[in-house]
Design a protein around this ligand. Structure first.
Ligand code: SF4
Ligand code: SF4
Length: 265
């Protein structure tokens, strides 16, 4: 997510609801145009990688190699990826151009869409699918967007920026992270499980290869329609992967991953 520790005012953020209002506008005319696309820490979501690699016409493996840095998310102890910045003076994002701004604007990452909003969660009940979210504005001293006159509700901003759709696709990923964070530190995942998490969440082509070119489909009893759906659609495959990880990590929804009779011992 955006590094909110840099050059912020130090005032604790006010909690906002979906109906709360804030003033903000960002356009080519602001003096700080593209300042926020340098020296930042952008965690990429699984859906970001699906759309960005498609835009760039790369495989997920190629995208990971060229544009990301692997990290370990503290507390959750899970692998994540951040956008690899250029090695220039300002540590610029590889997709920013001084004059035109973001060259992948239609496919920019979720974190860039959220800005200048941040999101937090007071509680999370994955089983019931309930989230108790709140929002706040991230006011960085260099950002002049807050001096503009356009008024938004949080809900309007989210819809306008395409955040709602992205959060919906990434929900299973977020649930895995939040639930893993809430476990005692002594409950560790094996290295193999962490590799599976990485493959499902960030390397969709490798995961597809794993599902369709290994003994995976021989082991489990899935309806034919499900197999057809995940074969055709990356988002369905990704969400199938989240469910599979949840069943493995937390024993949730195991009934959807029934072992075939012939494989039972
Ligand atoms: S107004 Fe804020 S978000 Fe827009 S370019 Fe300037 S720093 Fe970035
Ligand atoms: S992806 Fe686009 S919006 Fe996001 S930091 Fe890079 S240039 Fe800026």
């Amino acid at each position: 997510m955006t590094d909110t520790t840099q050059k912020t005012s130090g005032i604790p953020p006010e909690q906002l609801s979906l109906q709360s209002k804030f003033r903000f506008n960002c356009h080519k005319g602001v003096k700080c145009f593209t300042d926020c696309c340098r020296g930042i820490d952008i965690m990429l979501t699984p859906y970001d990688i699906l759309t960005m690699r498609k835009k760039l016409d790369l495989t997920s493996e190629e995208f990971l190699a060229v544009f990301t840095d692997p990290q370990i998310l503290e507390k959750a102890d899970l692998p994540v990826v951040t956008l690899k910045l250029l090695d220039d003076e300002r540590k610029s994002c590889p997709f920013v151009e001084d004059k035109d701004g973001c060259v992948i604007y239609e496919d920019r990452p979720t974190t860039c869409r959220y800005y200048p909003l941040g999101v937090g969660s007071l509680s999370y009940s994955g089983e019931k699918g309930e989230k108790d979210e709140f929002f706040f504005t991230v006011k960085e001293d260099h950002c002049m967007g807050f001096d503009e006159n356009k008024e938004w509700t949080v809900a309007d901003w989210r819809a306008d920026q395409g955040v709602d759709l992205r959060d919906k696709v990434n929900d299973g990923w977020m649930e895995l992270i939040v639930r893993k964070k809430s476990l005692p530190l002594s409950m560790k995942l094996t290295e193999e499980s962490k590799k599976m998490f990485f493959m499902v969440c960030y390397n969709i082509d490798k995961f597809r290869n794993f599902v369709f070119n290994s003994t995976f489909l021989e082991r489990y009893d899935f309806p034919k329609e499900k197999i057809e759906e995940i074969k055709k659609d990356d988002i369905s495959l990704l969400q199938f992967g989240f469910e599979w990880l949840k069943a493995g990590f937390f024993q949730t929804g195991r009934e959807n991953f029934k072992v075939k009779e012939k494989n039972k011992q």
